[in-house]
Ligand binder design. Structure first.
Ligand code: TXA
Ligand code: MG
Length: 308
């Protein structure tokens, strides 16, 4: 396990090796998306079930057409508006992608990240890079190199350091696989901003329907402690709150995501705060949610999944 440079990492990925790289959302565990053996290693190293497809990362929008069989005008509009950035588009896939990347689905998820090191790495690699978050299955996504290294260790030989992730939440996923654009995962770009760019509302999959993004299982971002809306014994519990709370001192441990009530700051702190609380070996963590609009929705979505 060495901290690498973009040039060596890009050569390694071309040769079928795995590379952990920073993005503005969370760290990714990347493999050449055109090399099915390399992609299979991603599933093995992560301990991820094969039915859960990966997001394909590219350096620019021009690399998308060969990967897809259609690029609807509305999807292009979103790409133009939000790429590079924390938005993933699900589009009908082309035959050139191995089935393992898309878990046998007829669609592929693609995105252009905006972290400068991700872009440099992807540009030098020249190949599309399939990458899930760089954590073992069912752990919280890594927002620093240290998180990724502690989770994956020597199972991966190449790590790129890009500092703490600026956004801190995974990308928003919008699917163009059926008639109307569908919000599959809330994330770094607020739903409202996407609807404004599209001049139309997004469809939201019903809560009780089969998960459309197979990774969106109700329980996903899982700390070991029990997360609840009301701790039974606050003096022995942790508190994880969006912002300052009048009774925060009555908890054994406390994490305030943003004292100045900034969604951006709260999102960037969320996963590290969950990890810190989890390391205190508390049995219980009380959650106080963010306001339910903008990025607050994505923050609350992760908190609800962590407490499912
Ligand atoms: O911000 C992000 O998106 C990060 C960074 C590394 O780019 N990646 C990430 O990947 O969060 P992962 O694998 O942890 O989550 C990918 C999600 C999963 O829920 C998966 O089911 C969904 O994307 N997905 C991938 N391909 C899909 C497809 N063809 N149709 C529907 N959902 C898909
Ligand atoms: Mg993940």
């Amino acid at each position: 396990m060495v901290v690498s440079d973009s040039f060596s990492a890009s050569r390694a990925v071309q040769l079928g090796e795995l590379v952990v790289f920073p993005t503005e959302t969370v760290y990714g565990l990347g493999a050449n998306a055109l090399d099915k053996m390399a992609v299979a290693k991603v599933f093995e190293v992560k301990g991820r079930p094969l039915f859960n497809p990966l997001i394909v990362h590219v350096a620019e929008v021009n690399q998308v057409p060969p990967l897809v069989s259609a690029f609807p005008a509305l999807a292009e509009k979103l790409a133009e508006r939000f790429w590079p950035g924390p938005l993933t588009l699900v589009l009908p896939k082309s035959v050139c992608l191995p089935d393992i990347v898309c878990a046998g689905l007829a669609t592929v998820a693609v995105r252009v990240p905006r972290h400068p090191i991700a872009l440099e790495f992807l540009r030098l690699a020249g190949v599309p890079v399939a990458a899930p978050s760089a954590n073992r299955f069912s752990e919280v996504s890594p927002t620093t190199l240290d998180h990724a290294q502690r989770s994956l260790g020597d199972r991966v030989a190449y790590y790129l350091d890009g500092g703490p992730c600026e956004v801190g939440l995974e990308s928003t996923i919008v699917s163009f696989g059926s008639e109307k654009p569908l919000l599959l995962r809330s994330g770094g770009i607020p739903q409202e901003a996407i609807e404004e760019a599209l001049c139309q509302r997004l469809e939201i999959p019903e809560a009780n329907s089969l998960p459309q993004a197979p990774g969106m299982l109700a329980k996903h971002y899982a700390p070991r402690a029990r997360l609840s809306k009301k701790a039974t014994i606050p003096s022995r519990a942790g508190l994880l709150a969006f912002t300052t709370q009048p009774d925060e001192d009555s908890f054994a441990e406390c994490e305030i995501l943003s004292r100045r009530e900034s969604f951006q700051e709260a999102a960037a702190n969320l996963y590290a705060a969950l990890r810190r609380l989890d390391e205190k070996n508390l049995t219980e963590i009380e959650i106080r949610f963010a306001p339910e609009w903008g990025l607050g929705k994505a923050i609350n979505d992760r908190l609800r999944r962590a407490s499912a």
